[in-house]
Design a protein. Structure first.
Length: 200
């Protein structure tokens, strides 16, 4: 079965450049830079003094932003994530998280090491019972009263020299968050993987 299409098969001659796709009438296309700018503004708006948070990004590459309004976070210990991803290599784990959380944003703090899945602000309340069950695994739902170190939106790869927090899965657009159910499934899979490691 043929899985690829040659350029000749779609009316393009060899060596000729593909023309950019034209959007349909009425469709607005945003560049990556536009999406990053919108995402940065959205994140900074969580801070009572956005200019202060912006300066933290400039000075430290990470700003402390309050949780519980625009979003909350589920803290996942690295050993749980690595167990279910079957890898501790940052690139492999990042790709795994991108896939299982459908592109929902995740921050990695390599100093923990731990991961933070950004979720709707209401999750610590609506998933309270599940969060209590997750606590023995080192998983916590973080909401109001908690600050999270959020990297600049352009820091999207692990840097072994700087060893600073980065977006393991970048926020695809402002206000796009992880689905709580997908995060819950990831935690459940991690719990099973850790139990299997103990039995082995």
């Amino acid at each position: 079965m043929q899985t690829s299409t040659r350029l000749d098969d779609v009316g393009q001659g060899r060596g000729s450049a593909l023309r950019p796709a034209e959007p349909e009438p009425g469709v607005l296309v945003h560049s990556r830079a536009d999406r990053e700018l919108a995402t940065a503004h959205w994140l900074l708006s969580a801070h009572p003094v956005p200019a202060q948070a912006r300066q933290e990004w400039i000075d430290n590459k990470v700003a402390l932003l309050p949780l519980g309004t625009l979003c909350s976070a589920v803290r996942l210990p690295a050993h749980l994530v690595h167990a279910v991803a079957c890898s501790s290599d940052p690139a492999d784990v990042d790709a795994f998280l991108d896939e299982v959380l459908d592109g929902g944003p995740v921050i990695c703090d390599p100093r923990g090491p731990r991961y933070y899945a950004l979720v709707p602000g209401s999750m610590p309340t609506t998933w309270r019972d599940a969060a209590e069950e997750w606590r023995p695994l080192g998983v916590e739902c973080l909401g109001r009263g908690t600050y999270l170190g959020v990297p600049r939106v352009d820091i999207v790869e692990f840097d072994p020299q700087a060893f600073v927090s980065y977006w393991a899965v970048p926020m695809p657009s402002s206000a796009v968050l992880c689905t709580p159910l997908k995060v819950a499934r990831l935690v459940a899979a991690g719990k099973r993987a850790l139990a299997e490691e103990l039995e082995a």
